[in-house]
Design a protein around this ligand. Structure first.
Ligand code: HEC
Length: 181
């Protein structure tokens, strides 16, 4: 006995079973087409914007590094001295802790040529120093500082690096070899 027969048995109007059947058919039809009109509120991706995530490309800074930087700097950040690509390990934090060094880093070839937005570049640079900095504590980049430093003019990045490293070396800080003339 289905829903409709029980209505009829209960002594409703003569055509109760017919009306009920129509209603059941309608209800089932609506439940079929309902989902077509339903708005899907489920976000496709649930990111929490922290420094550890790379939002535009949906990549982690580590993946961005491999894609945009490792070709020259190597997966291990050791660079290639003969090709003029300085090593990060043990040295990169020296630039982080120097005002001019921070400006310099925002104007090196791979950074100037990247289309990454400021907040992603900040995350990527912070990844580099977390990965290859020494034990010194460093100030991380923020989106705002990256935007400001990128907007500054640097004519000659080789000259700038040389003047920074000479100053640091005169303070007794050891810096890696740098073959650029
Ligand atoms: C085409 C090769 C190339 C790519 C790709 C590249 N770099 Fe470099 N990078 C260099 C060279 C060459 C230098 C040395 C700077 C100079 O003399 O102009 C350098 C220097 C640096 C320095 C300063 C290190 C130092 O000791 O001077 C940082 C930091 C840096 N790169 C970060 C990055 C990041 C982050 C990326 C990826 C977004 C990247 N680079 C991609 C070639 C590259």
């Amino acid at each position: 006995m289905d829903h409709c027969e029980s209505y009829a048995v209960l002594g409703e109007a003569m055509n109760a079973k017919y009306v009920c059947t129509v209603l059941v058919v309608l209800a089932s039809a609506i439940s079929q087409i309902g989902p077509l009109f339903a708005v899907d509120h489920q976000p496709t991706r649930q990111w929490k914007p922290t420094g550890a995530q790379n939002l535009k490309e949906g990549r982690s800074p580590e993946a961005s590094y491999l894609l945009h930087c490792a070709g020259c700097h190597g997966r291990d950040g050791s660079g290639a001295e003969h090709a003029g690509i300085p090593p990060f390990p043990g040295f990169i934090d020296k630039f982080f802790n120097d005002e001019e060094g921070r400006l310099y880093m925002m104007h090196v070839p791979g950074v100037v040529s990247t289309s990454l937005p400021d907040y992603e570049l900040a995350g990527l640079m912070n990844y580099v120093v977390e990965e290859w900095g020494g034990n010194e504590s460093v100030t991380h980049f923020t989106e705002k500082e990256v935007g400001y430093l990128r907007s500054q003019d640097v004519d000659d990045v080789v000259k700038l690096r040389r003047s920074i490293t000479q100053r640091l070396e005169s303070e007794g800080i050891e810096m890696p070899n740098y073959p650029w003339p």
